[in-house]
Design a protein around this ligand. Structure first.
Ligand SMILES: [Ca+2]
Ligand SMILES: [Ca+2]
Length: 192
């Protein structure tokens, strides 16, 4: 019995169980606020089992953020944000936030890597995004400071430009009541 439990525990943080699903790397400074207050990363549990995120680590290769105790249900989304008060002021109290400790990864606006490590230090997920992802000809990507996040289209598909694109959800409204696209933190992606 103990051996079975041990193998289940290992499976629980295996590659592909918890995936990177959405990244707000360049929040719209005019409406959302500064990067250091409003960046966030969304995770999704693509497995059939609940996964405790405790001990997992997010990093851009420099700073390290250790995830705290958090049971992510199968098919559920949750968010790691740089500043809870700032995040709540925009997105409200309903989004579940994952506790973390360490130093925020600081998502560069040109290009950066986001790596998710399992508790045992193995790489579970890695995406290197570019501000060109989602650009249309000479028009810059709407994920590059124009409100949108970058969403993963197929949540178990590849971590490249073919499978990540600017979010298209306009259910939020700004102070003037105009619809804005601020991503879908904690919810199903608009591109899924
Ligand atoms: Ca940024
Ligand atoms: Ca989402």
């Amino acid at each position: 019995m103990l051996a079975v439990l041990a193998s289940l525990a290992l499976l629980a943080q295996a590659s592909g169980t918890v995936v990177l699903s959405e990244i707000m790397y360049n929040p719209d400074g005019k409406t959302l606020g500064l990067d250091e207050h409003m960046e966030w990363i969304e995770l999704y549990n693509a497995s059939e089992e609940g996964v405790n995120l405790a001990g997992m680590m997010l990093s851009d290769g420099n700073n390290q953020m250790y995830l705290g105790h958090y049971l992510l249900a199968p098919g559920a989304y949750a968010v790691v944000c740089v500043n809870e008060a700032s995040f709540r002021s925009i997105y409200g109290e309903g989004v579940r936030l994952i506790p973390w400790s360490g130093e925020w990864t600081r998502l560069r606006n040109s290009s950066d890597q986001v790596i998710l490590y399992g508790e045992d230090g193995t790489v579970m997920e890695s995406v290197t995004y570019y501000d060109s992802w989602g650009a249309q000809g000479t028009n810059p990507s709407t994920a590059d400071g124009d409100g949108s996040s970058l969403e993963r289209i197929d949540l178990t598909g590849p971590n490249d430009e073919s499978n990540w694109a600017p979010s298209e959800d306009f259910s939020h409204t700004d102070e003037e009541g105009d619809p804005v696209c601020w991503g879908t933190p904690g919810e199903e992606n608009s591109l899924n």
